[in-house]
Design a protein around this ligand. Structure first.
Ligand SMILES: Cc1cc2nc3c(=O)[nH]c(=O)nc-3n(C[C@H](O)[C@H](O)[C@H](O)COP(=O)(O)O)c2cc1C
Length: 232
């Protein structure tokens, strides 16, 4: 990686005005993050910015510090277009929606695969996330696990994915600090076999953090009620 580790700023005395202002800026960056899907410019991202984003991902917390991820960095226009086309052309593109596993009935959401493919055509950088699955062995192993071991496999898988969430958020926020915006997309899983082939992914594809420069203002967010309960 071409970036140097930087703790400049955080070295400031915790009671100093600088520290308070720096902290407020970080909090604002976190709370104003939104998924941005439009208005991307065809503009290259400097390599040191890409490295800084990746470095933030790699320093994320993970269960047992297993660092279960591998990041596949794709910035070539042809590669992003190729992946976009095969995602959109997938036979299941229109029916790729969450399904109730008890009944097989699709849940309330409709497919967003075509929109996600279009985003891939417009962004400058796709960070494809692989779960190397050190605990669970990956989705197919979890599915195939015998009854006795399945709960442990599901728990392990959940912990792996929590690590992925932390690393994606670290990268996303760092990208924003560099004036990049974007969205994380699980829709690419509709074509996970083909993408795994192209990128040499041996574990599970988890999704892609799609980033670019854009003029699009993030939309305001309506928060769901009942998400927090304070206890004595
Ligand atoms: C695991 C995960 C998968 C997602 N997959 C997609 C996707 O495939 N396509 C898309 O447009 N947005 C996707 N999103 C973005 C969500 O739609 C978005 O985070 C949500 O609507 C909340 O909006 P906000 O990010 O602006 O706060 C995904 C987000 C997460 C965390």
């Amino acid at each position: 990686l071409r970036t140097k580790e930087s703790t400049k700023g955080l070295e400031a005395d915790a009671t100093s005005q600088d520290y308070v202002e720096l902290g407020r800026a970080v909090i604002d960056l976190i709370q104003s993050r939104r998924s941005v899907r439009e208005g991307f410019k065809q503009q290259q991202i400097p390599p040191e910015v890409v490295d800084d984003i990746i470095h933030s991902g790699l320093t994320a917390p993970s269960s047992k510090n297993a660092q279960p991820w591998r990041i596949h960095v794709v910035s070539g226009r042809d590669s992003l277009d190729k992946i976009a086309n095969l995602v959109q052309a997938n036979k299941q593109a229109d029916s790729f929606v969450p399904i109730d596993p008890e009944t097989g009935v699709p849940r309330e959401w409709s497919s967003t695969v075509a929109e996600s493919a279009q985003i891939l055509r417009e962004i400058s950088l796709g960070l494809f996330i692989e779960n190397q699955a050190p605990f669970s062995g990956g989705r197919s192993t979890v599915i195939a696990a015998g009854e006795d071991f399945r709960p442990s496999a599901v728990e392990g898988y959940g912990f792996e994915i929590m690590g992925m969430g932390a690393m994606v958020e670290n990268m996303w926020l760092t990208a924003r600090a560099h004036r990049l915006e974007g969205v994380f997309m699980g829709d690419v899983l509709v074509s996970d076999d083909e993408i795994n082939n192209i990128l040499g992914i041996e574990g599970d594809l988890v999704g892609v953090l799609a980033l670019g420069y854009t003029d699009q203002e993030p939309h305001p967010k309506i928060l769901k009620s009942g998400a927090v309960i304070f206890h004595d």
